[in-house]
Each structure stands twice: as C-alpha cells, then as structure tokens.
Design a protein around this ligand. Structure first.
Ligand code: AOF
Ligand code: ZN
Length: 376
C-alpha cells in the first residue's frame, strides 16, 4: 500500500476529529478510521468530554465486531493506555485483533506519552507514528499547550483594514470584514472555551460576546476590569444569568457594594493581584483560569489589552483578519496600543503565517515566537 493511500485514511480521521470542536475541551480532538482490504469498515470520533474515545466509537460503528480482525486502524492521536473517564483504548485495539495502527500525534499526557505505542508494539501490533503529524499536531495545539502548562492557550484576534486600522477615527468598527470572515470568528467562539476583552471594549461597544452559530456553544465571557467599572445595564451583565460572565478585578480597598450587585446579577468576580500598573496581572489570571479548567481563550481586544497580553507573555497565536479596505485617519486605532517597542529589532516575532482566504478577506495566523514566559 503506498503512503498516499494511507494518508487518505488519516485525512478522513482528521475530518472526523474536527466534528468534536467546542464539545471535548479540555480533552483532545481525536478521529479514528478502521480499514480492511482498502475499505473503510468503521469510523468514529471523540464526541464530547467524558464520552467514549474515538477508537471505541469506531469499533462501536462496525457491523460485526469480528470484522476488525487483521484490519488497520488510523487514529489522529496516540491511543491511550490508562483508565480515566474511559477505559484504555489500547485494550479495545488488542481485543479487536487489529494488525496495524497508524498514528498522527503523540499524546503528551504523562499517563500515555509513548506508553500507548510501546504497549501495542509489545503485543506484536505494527505501529507507524507521525503520519500527517503537522496537521494532527495543529488540530490539538490547545490540548498540547494546556496539558504541558496547565494554562490556557491564548489566541489574540483582530480585524483590520489594509492600512492597519481596527476602527475609523471616530471609533466606528462595524463592520470591517465580511460575512464569511465573521462566521469564522463564531466558529472560533464555539471552539475556544472562553473569550476575553478589556473593560474599554465593553464601555465602547457594549458587546454580547456570544456564539451565534446554530448549535454552537457560548464561550465563558471574561472581562478584564481592574476597578469594576462594568455598567450594570450592559448586555454582558444583563445576560450573565444565562451565559457565564467572569470579571477579573483587583480587590478594592473599600467595598462600594457593586461587587455584590454584580454577583446577584449572575456574574462571577475573580480577584487577581495587580501588576506594576495597577491592572490585573495577566499571568496570574492565566494561572487562575487554568486551575478553573479553561484550556483556551479567544482574546478579542481592545488594543490596550492586546499589548499588555503580549507584554506579559501570555499570547500563543495571533489571528489577523484583513479586509481589502482603507480607513485612513491619524487618530484611527491599530490592533496594538500601549507604548509598543522602541526599535524594530525589539519586535514580537511571529512564525510564518498560515494564510486563509475568507471571501474578500484574508486571515493570517501565526504563532508568537518570543520566549513564552508561560512555558518557562
Ligand atoms: C484517545 N482517544 O479519543 C481521546 C484520548 O478521562 P478520559 O478517559 O476521557 O481520558 C482523557 C485522556 O485520554 C486525555 O487527556 C488524553 O490523554 C486521552 N484522550 N485518547 O486515545 C481519544 N480523547
Ligand atoms: Zn483512549
């Protein structure tokens, strides 16, 4: 069998894995395909946190469980070999007498981490690792980061014109990109567990920050609001009973009663230490959110918070949506505020971007490659 043929089945497993987007966090997205004599005889994916793993879903889809004997299994992540919410997938693979296993990514979970592969090999199963590894790894960048650091994977997102403006000089920003790009943002609001903005964005735009995809999941909404300035009649507070709203603030010296009123409205207040500028210390906030089980955050502005986030080393990926338009205007804002860097050689460096066309607009995605303080 040539390798192009094998990759076709791994690609199918990848497509299946993506169906778990927004439902499996903080678990990985995993897809599995069972192939015999060149035909797909079973397939499955991890559908929801706590549910069956992809491999067992694939076995459950077989017409006759005996059909898997001597078959090949393509799975996007190394099969687990431990008891968690689910029993080990390696056991199911052995029980079904699979002959060969093709794997995309290795599982960084210390309970697995190579032990799954070893166990399969020790039972005479032929294992091929790293098939379409780059694609499989990219699919689970959140899981890998969270498993390693116990802090959320942060994606900094903004939409700008080709002259680098995120709003006009008078502050209007609806809309910069077209419908297809905006739909992509909602797919990400479904995919990432939380969305975070600064208080300035709330005061200026009064956003809802929900996911408007049919069947989509609303992210936990987080506002960085050191002094608890959030208006009690804002859309965010008014909807806090239905969609989680967490406010990250610095504990005030005197209690004005606002915190109690916000809590009564359904908000959750997370008190975090202040940084040297008396703002919420973002690194500490990430630690806290990681402990709360938040594996990923879509950071949607504004410019001030973006720059602070980069400066504190918490940003993993940048998503720049670029619309073929020009706004002009000396006072029109750009995606990063603050004081920025002084010299070009002090720039925050990004990896070579992955470019996606979204109708008339472009999406550029790059990893931040400064020494990531979170991982040190
Ligand atoms: C797989 N296939 O589909 C998934 C895997 O608590 P549990 O039992 O769901 O275990 C979660 C861990 O199992 C998770 O951290 C990761 O290491 C692995 N997830 N493994 O072989 C799957 N979802
Ligand atoms: Zn498993």
């Amino acid at each position: 069998m040539d390798s192009g043929f094998d990759e076709k089945f791994m690609r199918l497993a990848l497509e299946l894995a993506k169906k778990g987007c927004g439902k499996v966090n903080p678990n990985p997205l995993v897809g599995a395909v069972i192939v015999k004599d060149g035909n797909v005889i079973g397939s499955g994916y991890h559908t929801r946190y706590g549910n069956l793993h992809a491999e067992r879903e694939a076995f459950a889809s077989l017409t006759d469980p005996g059909d898997a004997q001597g078959a090949d299994l393509y799975v996007t992540l190394e099969p687990c070999c431990h008891y968690g919410k689910q029993p080990p997938c390696t056991e199911a693979i052995l029980e079904h007498k699979i002959a060969r296993v093709f794997i995309g990514s290795s599982d960084p979970n210390p309970l697995v981490a190579g032990k799954g592969v070893k166990l399969l090999r020790s039972h005479g199963i032929q294992v091929t690792e790293h098939m379409l590894k780059a694609e499989c790894d990219r699919l689970n960048e959140v899981f890998f980061h969270y498993m390693k650091t116990k802090r959320p994977y942060v994606v900094m997102k903004y939409a700008m014109t080709m002259d680098g403006k995120i709003a006009t000089a008078s502050g209007k920003s609806r809309w910069i990109t077209g419908e297809i790009a905006r739909r992509h943002v909602h797919e990400d609001r479904n995919r990432y567990m939380a969305i975070m903005v600064g208080i300035q964005t709330v005061l200026k735009d009064d956003p809802m920050l929900n996911c408007r995809l049919e069947g989509g999941r609303n992210p936990v909404r987080i506002v960085c609001d050191s002094c608890l300035r959030i208006p009690e009649d804002s859309q965010l507070v008014k909807s806090a009973g239905e969609i989680p709203l967490w406010i990250a603030a610095v504990q005030p010296e005197t209690d004005s009663g606002k915190a109690e009123r916000l809590k009564a409205a359904g908000c959750r207040i997370l008190y975090v230490d202040a940084d040297e500028n008396c703002h919420v210390d973002l690194k500490k906030l990430m630690e806290l959110l990681g402990q709360e089980g938040i594996d990923s955050i879509l950071l949607e502005g504004g410019a001030q918070l973006h720059e602070s986030a980069l400066r504190s080393g918490i940003v993993n990926k940048v998503q720049a949506y670029i619309a073929p338009k020009l706004f002009g205007g000396k006072e029109a804002p750009s995606p990063l505020g603050g004081s920025g860097v002084d010299a070009p050689d002090e720039a925050w460096l990004l990896s070579e971007p992955v470019i996606t066309g979204l109708g008339p607009d472009l999406l550029l995605e790059s990893e931040v490659i400064y020494p990531c303080l979170q991982e040190s």
